[in-house]
Design a protein around this ligand. Structure first.
Ligand code: SF4
Length: 575
């Protein structure tokens, strides 16, 4: 039996493809691992952007000839799932189509009522129900499907569902997906003790948080890092839901000497100095916190039960340990006004986050907000027959207008970016020698964000060069750092300060003599100073590096050795 698990494309193209949208949801890897463990032929297809080459859908499905396709459905990609399922049906009318994931769970009846392409919906956690479904279909025992908890299907043409499946109690019993697949998103936990009314997580995973053991989790990391993956996203709702467990994970990462960096998500009321220290030591570079609003009234409405004091404390501590504190904000909630937006701006200017994401309040099935919306507007799930990705709260509230909400978003964003340099200037890192090398890489990474990363293209941020230089310099005050030396070297080259560039690059090479980029960059500065012999000597040390070969050709040319110049140019052109 050939099974495909597909992560379909979204209805609207993304302006920014942030890591959360591009990545196949972690649950898909778990379902696939369970199937692999049971010796099924299963493949995962990340089709989040296949709509840019639509002919590949038909070609791939015709080539792979699946007997069954599971689709990972979020609200925004459900039309992608339906469209791909239609193509699959045209190719093979007998192919079985299963929708699963958070977007399918709460709309199971809707999908089975309106879309004949969908045969089954896996409700909730899919690992066990999907496997049982596969077994029933393989054995051609359709009647047995009614005995599987957590599935929905059509019976006599009507959508029906079975009882809710029990949440998986022992997460470590699940086969480790890293045995079979490569991915960057992992989770130590399932579930969230919170109860925010805009969030589907508590109902989907449960409010009782379940944990993997630290051993299972770190084994997953180790296997993935052995395959060359060094950057991870811990996508738990709250990685530090149990601080002791989080510290155990960090200690094991350090014990195993895993050379990794990672981003995590937490809550402002679930962090402490101790856990932040261990997280930073173990390679954590960013923690995202849901702050949502500076207005207590709006936080209360959203059931975001966190105090301003906790928000201040978490942001100040996180940044003190050299971890980028990222804030999620939501705007466009009921009673949003210029005053509440100003309260959010005031909060931002106090907590000084180094990254902030601003979302318009959306209404998703599976949330308390959605139930409220259906009641208020006498709406039904048929609203999803429209080709929309989501419902924005303001569209349902006559007191709010689109113009008003868009202007609020604009104001929040421009305030953040205008003040960001000041937030950076205000960073105060803890004076702990044990963390100096971490502080150095934190400051160098922050400099790179302004130098050539996300913030480099934001025009409202003023005097980026000055900030970048200062950050690289601060980084080097803590510890030798190749990135900081290279960044400064390039900065000085651009300014035409070649001797400064030579000095800083040479300083870098005294610590990292084999660093290819530092060597080549120094060679370029020497060329700029017309010291072609020295520059050439440096380039010749890296005969396999394309840039080095190119610059070597130019040095030979400048030295009048036209034969070698031609030789190296030929080599460069064939590399
Ligand atoms: S928004 Fe975060 S804290 Fe609130 S319920 Fe969802 S996962 Fe939990």
């Amino acid at each position: 039996m050939k099974i495909l698990l597909i992560y379909p494309y979204f209805l609207n193209d993304r302006v920014y493809t942030i890591e959360d949208v591009r990545a196949v949801p972690l649950g898909v890897y778990y379902v696939a691992a369970v199937l692999k463990h049971n010796r099924y032929d299963v493949e995962i297809l990340n089709w989040h952007n296949i709509n840019s080459t639509p002919h590949r859908i038909r070609e791939t499905l015709a080539e792979k000839k699946p007997d069954m396709i599971g689709f990972s459905i979020l609200n925004a990609n459900r039309w992608g799932g339906i469209e791909i399922a239609r193509v699959a049906r045209q190719i093979n009318p007998r192919v079985k189509i299963v929708f699963g994931g958070i977007g399918a769970t709460y709309l199971w009846e809707h999908f089975l009522t309106h879309f004949q392409e969908v045969d089954f919906v896996a409700i909730g956690e899919g690992e066990h129900s999907f496997l049982k479904l596969v077994r029933c279909l393989e054995a051609n025992r359709p009647a047995a499907i009614e005995k599987i908890n957590g599935v929905a299907f059509r019976k006599n043409g009507q959508p029906v569902r079975t009882a809710t499946a029990e949440p998986i109690g022992q997460l470590d019993d699940l086969p480790n997906p890293a045995q079979y697949f490569d991915y960057q998103h992992l989770a130590l936990t399932r579930g969230c003790g919170g109860n925010c009314n805009f969030c589907g997580s508590p109902r989907f995973w449960g409010r009782q948080v379940r944990f993997h053991s630290a051993d299972y989790f770190v084994d997953q990391l180790e296997r993935l890092s052995q395959k060359g993956i060094q950057l991870f996203y811990f996508s738990d709702d709250t990685f530090t839901a149990n601080k002791r467990r989080a510290i155990e994970v960090c200690r094991k990462i350090i014990e195993k000497k895993l050379d990794i960096t990672w981003n995590a998500i937490s809550r402002v009321d679930h962090v402490s100095e101790h856990v932040l220290y261990w997280m930073r030591k173990a390679g954590c570079i960013q923690i995202s916190y849901g702050v949502e609003s500076g207005s207590e009234k709006i936080r209360k409405y959203l059931f975001k039960n966190i105090s301003s004091e906790k928000i201040h404390a978490a942001f100040s501590l996180t940044q003190k340990y050299g971890i980028m504190a990222r804030a999620y904000f939501i705007y466009g909630a009921p009673q949003e006004s210029r005053q509440t937006i100003q309260e959010t701006i005031d909060l931002i200017n106090t907590i000084k986050p180094l990254a902030a994401i601003f979302y318009i309040l959306d209404i998703f099935p599976g949330t308390a907000l959605y139930e409220d919306f259906k009641q208020r507007l006498k709406a039904t799930d048929d609203i999803w027959l429209n080709r929309i990705e989501d419902i924005m709260y303001f569209e349902t509230d006559p007191a709010l207008t689109r113009e008003m909400i868009l202007a609020f978003g604009q104001k929040l964003r421009s305030n953040f970016f205008e003040n960001l340099p000041g937030f950076v200037e205000a960073i105060e890192l803890i004076d702990d020698e044990d963390l100096y090398s971490r502080h150095s890489s934190f400051l160098a990474r922050l400099a790179m964000t302004f130098d050539h990363g996300d913030y480099s293209a934001v025009d409202v941020i003023e005097q980026k060069d000055r900030l970048v230089e200062k950050l690289y310099r601060q980084s080097l005050n803590y510890y030798p750092n190749a990135e900081a030396c290279l960044g400064l070297g390039i900065l000085y080259q651009k300014r035409g300060a070649q001797q400064d560039a030579v000095d800083i690059l040479s300083r870098g090479l005294s610590h990292f003599p084999n660093d290819v980029r530092l060597n080549i960059c120094l060679g370029v500065s020497l060329m700029n100073l017309a010291d072609y012999d020295q520059a050439l000597a440096r380039f010749l040390e890296f005969p396999a590096e394309k840039d080095a070969v190119h610059f070597a050709a130019r040095c030979y040319e400048a030295l009048g050795d036209h034969q070698n110049a031609a030789l190296f140019m030929d080599k460069y052109n064939t590399m």
